[in-house]
Design a binder for this molecule. Structure first.
Ligand code: ATP
Ligand code: MG
Length: 445
């Protein structure tokens, strides 16, 4: 930016002004936040869990520039969305090009895939992370520079890919130690389904125009689906009686959505159908989902995603079915809290009493560690009940209990301490010493 001085200022004055400014005025911009050393440890921990989780899921990382041509977002995300209409950081560079600080990652990833011909190598399973920029009103969990970590499966159409992509987000958040999460799920149907519905909804809303809040009134003709997502109470009440997109899904779209639910049931991922979930960006079709938490106040969504089968063709590439999600790192860190730093809970806590039991306990500890399980061995020699207390405190998932009697019979007990969803369970099993393979299978199940 070129500064124009309207009056002559001496060098001395400038220096003085600068010193003053340094002390009093120079602050970070509103909504742009420093990550201080005390917090960076939490971020590193979450990022290392992500890295590990994604590499086990066979994903590869992609890094794209933070600045792109404005047109990428206006075409990719849609002119009528809040992000493009109100929230983008646009500027002209010295060559007169309209540039934008990226407000999200998917459009850039899609551009890079097309530009670099990555689809010639087959479908792409990618992840990314980094700062995003949106000019919004800053509040807890909402910043102008924030960070996302995201996953994109590009070139895959099957419902199984929807389920896998959702499972990667869900299991990653669980691995970070988050509980009380809700997966909200909807089908936005095909473009044709949505176009028919949009017209019906528009007519229905226009008939009730005066009952809508001002924001929704403005949206009727430009982006009527977004009204379904309104946070205004009286509009929300009115919408309870509005036509529902679920009634406008074609037979194929319905079958697809039913099958997704069956796949999620099969991998024990709980979900809640939310027919009003539409997502803010234009490019979604069929599956749309959000993962929310009750502990985030009004910024409740930690992860948002969905299927975007027409984005890449919209950007000039071939027709490429795709699905992905993005997690807001700041909200994730708020939820994880400092616990994340102490979260290295062992898989198994070993409780034992007596000398023979001690030998066996050490023996099984070494064997289970070789099988990649993390084991904490009790050293207190105290009563079983006290050792159990310590085992619960360690947050281990299982306890192995070894007493002298059991050792002489060549047996031991395993007890589940912590269930994924419940705090405690009564699950327990007897194992014989020879059943090591079975035992490992049970412990990592
Ligand atoms: P919201 O309704 O909260 O504005 P969104 O639908 O605009 O969310 P997405 O574009 O789906 O958000 O982005 C995915 C995730 O990124 C969100 O679920 C949230 O966790 C995070 N996120 C989005 N905008 C911000 C922001 N301004 N500050 C912090 N995190 C954000
Ligand atoms: Mg938003």
């Amino acid at each position: 930016m070129i500064c124009q001085f309207t009056q002559t200022i001496t060098i001395k004055q400038i220096t003085n002004n600068f010193a003053e400014a340094t002390l009093t005025n120079l602050k970070n911009l509103r909504g742009m936040v420093d990550l201080l050393p005390a917090q960076s440890q939490c971020w590193q921990k979450v990022e290392s869990i992500a890295l590990d989780h994604f590499s086990r899921a066979g994903l590869q990382e992609i890094r794209t520039p933070i600045i792109e041509q404005t047109e990428l977002f206006s075409r990719g995300i849609g002119e009528n969305t809040d992000v493009v209409g109100k929230e983008m950081y646009n500027f002209e560079d010295r060559g007169g090009r309209s540039c934008t600080l990226r407000p999200e990652g998917t459009a850039s990833v899609a551009r890079s895939i097309v530009q670099n011909g990555l689809l010639n190598n087959g479908p792409q399973r990618l992840w990314y992370r980094g700062p995003m920029f949106r000019y919004e009103r800053p509040q807890a969990g909402r910043q102008r520079q924030f960070h996302q970590i995201g996953v994109e499966f590009v070139g895959l159409a099957s419902v199984m890919s929807d389920a896998e992509v959702i499972s990667i987000a869900w299991n990653f958040l669980k691995e970070v130690g988050l509980n009380d999460l809700t997966l909200e799920l909807n089908s936005l149907g095909s473009n044709e389904d949505r176009n028919i519905f949009k017209e019906e909804l528009k007519n229905w809303l226009n008939e009730r125009f005066d009952l809508l809040d001002e924001d929704s009134q403005k949206r009727i003709n430009v982006n009527p689906l977004r009204i379904l997502d309104s946070k205004n109470n009286s509009t929300k009440e009115l919408l309870n009686h509005a036509p529902s997109l679920s009634d406008y899904l074609s037979k194929e779209s319905k079958t697809r959505f039913d099958y997704l639910q069956e796949l999620l049931d099969n991998i024990n991922i709980p979900y809640k159908i939310n027919n009003n979930l539409v997502r803010g960006l234009d490019y979604y079709s069929h599956t749309a989902f959000e993962i929310t938490s009750d502990h985030l106040g009004s910024q409740a969504t930690v992860c948002g995603g969905g299927r975007y089968d027409s984005l890449i063709s919209e950007l000039g590439g071939p027709k490429t079915p795709s699905i992905g999600w993005a997690i807001g790192m700041e909200r994730l860190i708020i939820l994880a809290g400092d616990n994340i730093l102490n979260s290295k809970s062992p898989d198994v806590y070993i409780i034992h009493r007596g000398q023979k039991a001690e030998q066996f306990a050490l023996n099984i500890t070494c064997k289970l560690r070789s099988a990649n399980l993390s084991i904490e061995l009790d050293y207190s020699g105290s009563s079983f009940s006290k050792q159990f207390k310590r085992a619960y405190k360690s947050m281990a998932k299982w306890a192995i209990v070894i007493g002298e009697d059991e050792v002489s019979k060549g047996q031991f007990l395993i007890k589940k301490l912590r269930d994924k969803e419940k705090d405690k369970s009564n699950e327990e099993y007897n194992f014989s010493r020879e059943d090591l393979d079975q035992l490992i299978k049970k412990l990592i199940d």
